[in-house]
Design a protein around this ligand. Structure first.
Ligand code: OOG
Ligand code: NI
Length: 318
């Protein structure tokens, strides 16, 4: 559903001129290749609620290879001129079992109303040097150009990949994809999909009722009722230890993929997530109509994220 999910900022707010066109282009490419976006949005909309176009995006998520020139820093170089800065989580988000590191970005300098409208950007990277020699060889074959190119040239390639959906490396063979899949579904996903959006997360706290948002358990029931397979890891709704960040996701679409060797097979593609951020205890006394996004639980949670990664792993195993 290209352009149907629109990100709009208040008229009086300023962001760099390229920020909204960039976010829309990424979202449009994702919508075209994620049939479950339409199915899930249709499953949760109710009469009297905002049109699909007004659903808010809590965050966009990307996956990368942690190799010189690429990785989280490659998104950082694209996002900085768009007004996004990296948030220093202490400790940094790490997933040793999956050999992943993650970071997130927010339009930090912008008006609070802009931050309450634009998606955060969550980016992870796989620590390639911890994979087997055979997996590293496949990944180095795809990414060695980036280690040798000037940083500006790499940024152009990454930006082009983000804006077109093309891979910034030669399309993989089925053998290369399966080699990575056997060891890390995440690595296989990145090889096949590059800088395509991994998921958007619909912000339930930006929906009515004001100050509370839509209930994630109700959403999860509706999604299941519509026949969508949900990520079951650690429970359908993943809850942070403070109880204030609730997330659930439908399993990724599986789509036919044409490999460079001429063969084709179904692979896990993108997924859709739903997030509800609850009010921080220090703002408990605010009236519901006074509650803004800045009064809600911020950031991400390593335990929730660890389980959300399975939204492609379980789809790949289907
Ligand atoms: C990211 C999983 C983590 C979150 O919101 O914590 C995540 C991924 O699947 O690439 O989306
Ligand atoms: Ni997410």
């Amino acid at each position: 559903m290209p352009s149907e999910l629109t990100i709009r900022i208040p008229d009086t707010c300023r962001v760099p001129a390229a920020t909204l066109p960039f976010l829309h282009q990424v979202l449009d490419l994702y919508a075209v290749r994620t049939p479950k976006l339409r199915t899930s949005v249709d499953a949760v909309l109710r009469p009297g609620w905002p049109h699909a176009a007004e659903l808010g995006h809590d965050h966009f998520a990307f996956r990368t290879f942690g190799v010189p020139g690429l990785g989280i820093s490659s998104l950082e170089r694209v996002l900085a001129p768009l007004g996004y800065s990296r948030v220093a989580d202490d400790p940094p988000l790490a997933f040793p079992g999956k050999k992943l590191l993650a970071a997130w970005f927010t339009p930090a300098g912008a008006d609070a109303r802009v931050r309450a409208t634009l998606p955060r950007v969550f980016v992870s990277e796989i620590q390639v040097e911890q994979l087997s020699g055979a997996a590293q060889e496949v990944i180095r074959g795809a990414t060695a150009w980036a280690a040798e190119a000037a940083p500006e040239a790499v940024t152009v390639q990454v930006l082009t990949a983000l804006l077109t959906g093309a891979l910034p490396w030669r399309p993989p063979t089925l053998g290369q994809y399966e080699q990575l899949l056997a060891e890390s579904e995440y690595a296989a996903w990145v090889l096949a999909h590059g800088y395509n959006l991994n998921h958007t997360a619909v912000a339930l706290h930006r929906l009515p009722p004001t100050g509370r948002g839509a209930d994630i358990h109700d959403f999860a029931r509706r999604l299941q009722g519509a026949g969508l397979d949900m990520n079951p890891e650690g429970g359908i709704v993943k809850v942070s230890p403070d109880g204030l960040l609730l997330q659930c996701a439908v399993l990724a679409d599986t789509l036919p993929y044409n490999f460079a060797c001429g063969r084709s097979r179904q692979v896990a593609a993108a997924y859709v997530e739903f997030v509800q951020r609850l009010r921080l205890p220090q703002f408990a006394s605010l009236r519901d109509d006074e509650v803004r996004e800045e009064h809600l639980r911020e950031g991400f949670e390593v335990g929730n994220a660890d389980r959300l990664y399975a939204s492609t792993t379980l789809a790949a195993a289907h």
